[in-house]
Design a protein around this ligand. Sequence first.
Ligand SMILES: Nc1ncnc2c1ncn2[C@@H]1O[C@H](COP(=O)(O)OP(=O)(O)OP(=O)(O)O)[C@@H](O)[C@H]1O
Ligand SMILES: [Mg+2]
Length: 272
Amino acid sequence: MRVLNAPPVADVPTPAFVPGPPGTAITIRGLTKYFAGWPLYQDFNLDIPKHKIVSVFGPNGCGKSTLINMIAGLIPIDGGQILFDGKSLADTKIGYVFQNYREAMFPWMRTIDNIAYPLVIEGRSKPELDRRMEELVASFDVKFDLNRYPYELSGGQQQTASIMRALAPNPEVLFLDEPFSALDFEMTLFIREKLQEVFMQTGTTMMLVSHDLEEAVYLADEVLLLTKRPTSVAEILRYGDPRPRTVATLTEPSFIHAKKRSLEIFQREVRR
Ligand SMILES: Nc1ncnc2c1ncn2[C@@H]1O[C@H](COP(=O)(O)OP(=O)(O)OP(=O)(O)O)[C@@H](O)[C@H]1O
Ligand SMILES: [Mg+2]
């Protein structure tokens, strides 16, 4: 059965793949995705830079989650190509942090075993595994007891553990879909800082979906602003204030300008 309105993907000749500029982590070419016969993405092209944080921002339902889920291989694409530094997803190590941390951890495993799980799956030796866990605990400066079960931890502690688990195997790219939206303000600030620290230590490429413009800009090297569906890139806004960014950053003219510009583009797209 062919989906109504969907183009006969198999009949369309695949155009030559044009790689991104040097330093590109993810290259997306001709990406097409239909839901219920209607296009969400059609011939969508994008280059995601390496060792940067890209915040994804756009109108409700424009396809922010779908975009990172397609890149992360969680949902299938209908057409196009996505390559990681020239490689397929199968040859690339990625991490993913879900919005709903309560459903992301295995409840029957202690927190420490949840975090170590990807390393166990990779077949790492016990000494290797212990070394990596020590490193992670140190870099996150964990103050809570990782021997507890996830349900014994606060929301912020659980989300910290989810981020540690996603980073445990040293992924090339970390995807985060609204990782702070189920947390209270204090925890959001705490994890935001942790994420920035880890990024400064490791330079892990990150794609972060956020519905909070201030947060999106604060963490970003680039803000990817999307249009309403069928979704395209409205603009890619570069924001280059030095890290670590702090509370003082929030009142810097450069930050205020980046936020204002993002908001203008967002409003233009919502009204369109
Ligand atoms: N499995 C699905 N079946 C049908 N439509 C879907 C499915 N998943 C998503 N959609 C539709 O695709 C569009 C994009 O959804 P997506 O969740 O990616 O948006 P989003 O930008 O993350 O939204 P939000 O801001 O609400 O988180 C929406 O219109 C949604 O209704
Ligand atoms: Mg979403």
